[in-house]
Design a protein around this ligand. Structure first.
Ligand code: ZN
Length: 133
């Protein structure tokens, strides 16, 4: 099998008879889509016929077949990969922000602890006990 048509190294190729997609029977427009040449022929009218029909498959049929098999288009895959990469970048950024917030929280706790120590140091000294007579 090989691929030709729009976006390939071979954008145009004369189609062998009947020049249609084996699945949908439409004539693939090579300037608009990729076309698969299966490089297989069939005999129209059965084994005794001398009329050979080339089996092509057009891009829309390939996409439908791929979707039916659970495959995704390259554009969809690329978008999902970009979304995943963006989500990973967001995750790293959030992890960094969380780390900074925890550090800041530690500083607040430290500040409270320091204030508590200062308060303890500045408390008036207990009154001396006066021995009873
Ligand atoms: Zn088709």
């Amino acid at each position: 099998m090989d691929v030709f048509g729009k976006g390939t190294d071979e954008p145009s190729r004369p189609l062998l008879p009947p020049g249609t997609c084996w699945i949908c029977d439409n004539s693939p427009q090579q300037e608009e889509m990729k076309v698969i040449d299966t490089r297989r022929n069939t005999q129209a009218g059965g084994a005794l016929s001398h009329v050979s029909i080339r089996k092509y498959v057009c891009e829309p049929c390939v996409k439908q077949l791929g979707e039916a098999m659970g495959m995704v288009a390259a554009e969809v895959h690329a978008q999902v990969a970009r979304d995943g990469s963006d989500a990973m970048a967001d995750c790293v950024k959030l992890a960094h922000e969380l780390s900074e917030a925890r550090e800041a929280q530690t500083r607040v706790v430290d500040a409270d602890e320091i204030l508590a120590r200062i308060e303890k140091l500045t408390k008036p000294a207990p009154k001396p006990r006066v021995p009873q007579k």
